[in-house]
Design a protein around this ligand. Structure first.
Ligand SMILES: C[C@H](O)[C@H](O)[C@H]1CNC2=NC(N)=NC(=O)C2=N1
Length: 94
């Protein structure tokens, strides 16, 4: 079971994830694409990453927009797994 990050660890990690915003026990980032197909292609890549690291996003999609929220359900807070997924998502981002 992953261990929750401390406040200090979260603040430190966010310095390396400037596109992500802290919202309580979540990290949030919005993405905008040219059209729905590009948005969905990105979601497919993120889904494959999520399966590989066995950590999954909460997300919504509306046409060309994708909003991703990360948290660790098993412990009710942010853990290193959320940071790993945020980094993996950034690598897939346009
Ligand atoms: C059994 C399985 O590994 C766990 O339930 C994983 C799967 N993916 C997960 N994803 C997220 N975001 N939080 C979790 O706690 C979580 N748990």
């Amino acid at each position: 079971m992953p261990v929750k990050l401390t406040e200090h660890e979260i603040e430190d990690a966010l310095k390396k994830l400037p596109n992500w915003q802290r919202e309580g026990d979540t990290l949030r980032r919005e993405f905008q694409f040219k059209n729905f197909l590009d948005a969905f292609a990105f979601m497919t890549k993120v889904a494959i990453c999520a399966e590989k690291i066995d950590h999954h996003p909460n997300w919504s999609n509306s046409y060309n927009k994708v909003v991703i929220s990360l948290t660790t359900h098993d412990v009710g807070g942010l853990t290193p797994r959320d940071l790993a997924l945020a980094e993996a998502i950034n690598r897939e981002a346009p």
